[in-house]
Design a protein around this ligand. Sequence first.
Ligand SMILES: [Mn+2]
Length: 391
Amino acid sequence: MAGEPAESGAAGAVSTFEVETALAVLPGPRSGSSAGSGAESESGAAGGAGRFEEEWRRALELVAGSDEIDLICHICPDGDALGSALAAGLALRGLGKRVRVSFGDDPQVIPESLSFLPGQELIVPAAAVPAAPALVLAFDAASEERLGLLRDKASAADALVVFDHHASNPGFGTVRLIDPSAPATAVLVDELLRRLRVPLDQSIATCLYTGIATDTGSFKYRATTPATHEMAGRMLATGIRQDLISRQLWDTTSFGYLKVLAGALERAAFEPEEAGGHGLVWTWVPYQDMALFGVTVEEIEGLIDVLRKPAEADVALVLKQDPDGTLRGSCRSRGAVDVAAVCARLGGGGHVYAAGFSTREAVADAVQRFRTALAEVAAAADPDSGGPGAR
Ligand SMILES: [Mn+2]
């Protein structure tokens, strides 16, 4: 999976999932703290209190003035990226617009876990997007690089409206609805539809619910607010089956995944003395295992969520081997050690609680270098109780 190059400086190092997770656990504003209009505080979208009013005005003007609109999301799309683009696509089609939904991968792969999303008939290959579109709406892309093959077409558009919630977004496009306080891009799309006066139907609600559920870790992460639940409630009120959506998103794997997981857990090591005594749990997944059991890279993204469970360790690391031998490291912290700083020492990046890196080293060398970086960061943080652990 592609990374978050804008921040890590190492494309491919940090998966979308990791960035989303990190964002989701960072403190965010609570709804009700803003003094916006009733409608603003209702959704909590785009900062409330009129912070983005000029951007919304311009975005709505562009949408109203365009018969043909291209909606694109980041490469290797997750539930928030694809759910947001498809929800907006369905809504704009309902308004009589000619819409194309696309993302810049070739081939385009829709993860099996998202195969249920409605509106996929709107999806076209990146090559089918015009070289210089009239109006492009981009969803959940933290940087231009994250648009992949559609980057140049998006920047050649007459107008590019960016809907995003990544704090690391450097700002791109002609209209920037970039709100780091939103737990998901789907929240911004919900607000777009409210402003366009498009009523929710089950297809749109399924897409938006998937976006918000994905990026809040099923409403577990800290960025989940009363407004998040209020939005989810409006989606459920359309009659969608959130039980089936959740099962598809989180509780469905192949049998082969269980075998790869078993191997990874068998290899897992607990090293209590590492991370300055805060403890490290780590494992790795050889490509050979994935090939043997027919498991995709996407399927093992969730492995780190098993590795990070032991209370004995502050830090968890999973090294995943690509077919070419590259190791992609995903790590998590409970907060005593800033893993973004650790991964930055290894050429990667991310956030305090979730980060990643990639390397061509052998497993033993990669882990040893990780331990060293971990010790350095822990040593720098521990004497000062105001370090990352105190955040
Ligand atoms: Mn997102």
